[in-house]
Design a protein around this ligand. Sequence first.
Ligand code: GAP
Length: 505
Amino acid sequence: MAEKKLSVNDIATFCKKKGFIFPSSEIYGGLSGFFDYGPLGVELKNNLKKLWWKAHVHEREDIVGIDGSIIMNPQVWIASGHADHFEDVLVECKKCHQRFRADQLVEEKLGINADGKSPEELHELIVKNKITCPNCGGELSEPKSFNLMFKTYIGPKQTSESVAYLRPETAQVIFTEFKNVMDVSRKKMPFGIAQIGKSFRNEISPRNFLFRCREFEQAEIEYFINEKDLNNCPYFDEFKEYKVLALTKDMQEKNQEEKETTIGKLVERGVIKSKWQGFWIGFEHKFLTRVGIKSNHLRIRQHLDNERAHYSLDTWDIEYKFPFGWKEIEGISNRTTFDMSNHSKHSKKDLRVFDEKYKEKVMPYVVSEPSLGIDRLVLTVLFEAYEFDDKRGNVVLKLKPEIAPIKTAVFPLVSNKEELINKAREVFKVLNSNFNSLFDKSGSIGRRYARQDEIGTPYCITVDFDSLKSDDVTVRFRDSTRQERIKIKELAEKIRQFMSEDNCS
Ligand code: GAP
């Protein structure tokens, strides 16, 4: 957060040093917009994905999951509108030939939201405000649209017939598999299909570390209802009184700042257009707090008319207060019947379903599409958790125990006593069969604690000479440094209990 004066470069440096995330193919000079997750990063990311799947699939009876292919029949992207509309506006410096996203240049220079402006509007702003190349000061070319899909070829012949695309969103597989999933899962609307997977966008200027990459992961749900049931949401009351910081379209047009309100009030005023959409915005916001993001660091922002994607009737972003400003980490759109109708039309397959409640055949209506970027979530939880502790003289990564890469670290008090090492190894074996754990016998105990604080390990366990007599160990809690003596036979169960209570103090 701003008060921590932590920049995105600080986080990137920290991630590399500690083994969370590395720039991709660095030994060859790297590749802009691509990253590799290291030993700790993959654990953190997997824990987040596991928790997302638990909250959205396993804990709900109205959602099932799939895992679809990355490359799909190219017709999909014609039907979905991505072939024509999935574009950003590009400008090129006439002198140094560097390319930029025109809306970003305008935003940086004028401090306005330029998302969704046309090439003509951006050209006018660039000329009027004498915006030049940020790299060399050169004159900028006329802005033009640039399609963000990565092209590839299927099979050995590289012809126009063999062109295919890496998917720019995971959502389309859900639409094309809708019928199969509905048939086999015996679900009735309202119900949702969830998926976590890679997406690819040939971003003009990837930036801010994991925030804007060219290869990233998305966790998406398409939630299908009969359009007649827009306000017939059995889960809505759970979120009626749920508090959020909100910035509506109207407030943005009046240059106002976000204000605290409830989901119920926004739906009552018709700002959020249905109870289902209200429910999903509340549900997603709550999920983000569940992984450790403070509610006052999040706001929901309604898209302006000119920034909504081509398929959307209404979109709300959940934004996080990054050091580089409030930015989207998740989008929640009402996609209507746009995709299902288009796929029906282009594939010539009837994708309507029979709704027993209304005794009619209807096109499934996507009332909400919660779409979360997993890499942006990783970046966000790292910003939230990172604290430099002046007293300890080291970073303490205050991750929720459930998402911490390593849950327990086991230390023999000294490294030159065989019996202590053997006893500590026994404790480690038991813990490691329960949670991802680590054994460390090198350096002073203080140094070993510091190493674990820095990577967010919530519980450090020291085996000392008393442990040999009384079969107990010292558990040290990451956030408070409090210590508690616990019997070895009770240890795994106690740690499980601390984790379930989110107790690191
Ligand atoms: N299916 C809807 C969709 O893709 P989006 O707003 O374009 O909507 C959804 O993307 C989420 O995917 C974003 O909120 C963000 O978290 C993530 N995302 C999008 N582009 C990204 C990029 N270039 N790098 C990292 N994450 C990205």
